[in-house]
Design a protein around this ligand. Structure first.
Ligand code: FAD
Length: 187
């Protein structure tokens, strides 16, 4: 495990605040994250770093979620089912969907952050909420490192809200989000 010492977080938060992480690691696979969590429990997560105001150096191990990849699980005439890893940038994912004519999240373009954090507050804009396209969220249970699946219903989505901000806050690390998008022109 390549844990680095005294790393500036300036490029990892969108305010560009230059606080230091005493210990820092960027993870790019679920397996790597599971192995890390076997020995590290006192952690601080950063994804896109757009929803945090860092005010002082961080003593905990800072884990940057950088797990990339988009896969098409299945598709039919009407819909496409995708799984997107947590470290993908949200806006770039929206652009990728638009360029492939996959509809449903285009109103959510330009929202800062990564795909893995989109379910936490059920991001929304212009009358659209991401919950209406999410079929499943996968996450690692920090305590036992098991990969767990949350169905859309189990995410308990509400307006800018979900189970990840409430009952299970701080217990899971989201590793991927699955979506159902439309291939039809619905206008
Ligand atoms: C200018 C601006 C405009 C915005 N506009 C909108 C808008 O129109 N609509 C809207 O809904 N929101 C909006 N937001 C809110 C923001 O985009 C979301 O909160 C975003 O989803 C945060 O993503 P992030 O990857 O940057 O999270 P981060 O800032 O990296 O992390 C946010 C929190 O989640 C935790 N975390 C990070 N990764 C994980 C993970 N993989 N699993 C579990 N916990 C994790 C972190 O520890 C932290 O507590 C806006 C924000 C900004 C700054």
């Amino acid at each position: 495990m390549n844990i680095q010492q005294n790393i500036s977080l300036k490029k990892y938060n969108t305010f560009g605040i230059s606080v230091n992480a005493k210990r820092f690691i960027s993870v790019n696979s679920v397996y790597q994250l599971q192995q890390l969590l076997k020995i590290e429990k006192d952690i601080f997560l950063i994804s896109g770093g757009s929803n945090m105001l860092l005010t002082k150096d961080i003593e905990k191990l800072v884990i940057h979620i950088d797990i990339k990849g988009i896969s098409i699980d299945r598709e039919n005439e009407n819909d496409v089912y995708l799984t997107v890893n947590a470290g993908e940038n949200w806006h770039e994912f929206v652009l990728w969907c638009v360029s492939n004519n996959y509809g449903g999240i285009e109103n959510l373009s330009l929202i800062p952050g990564n795909v893995g954090t989109c379910p936490i507050q059920n991001i929304g804009a212009y009358g659209v909420e991401v919950k209406d396209t999410i079929t499943k969220v996968e996450a690692i249970d920090i305590e036992n490192q098991k990969l767990v699946s949350f169905s859309n219903i189990e995410c308990n989505f509400g307006y800018r809200n979900s189970i990840f901000k409430n009952e299970v806050k701080g217990k899971y690390i989201i590793t991927s989000v699955s979506f159902r998008l439309t291939k039809k022109n619905i206008n």
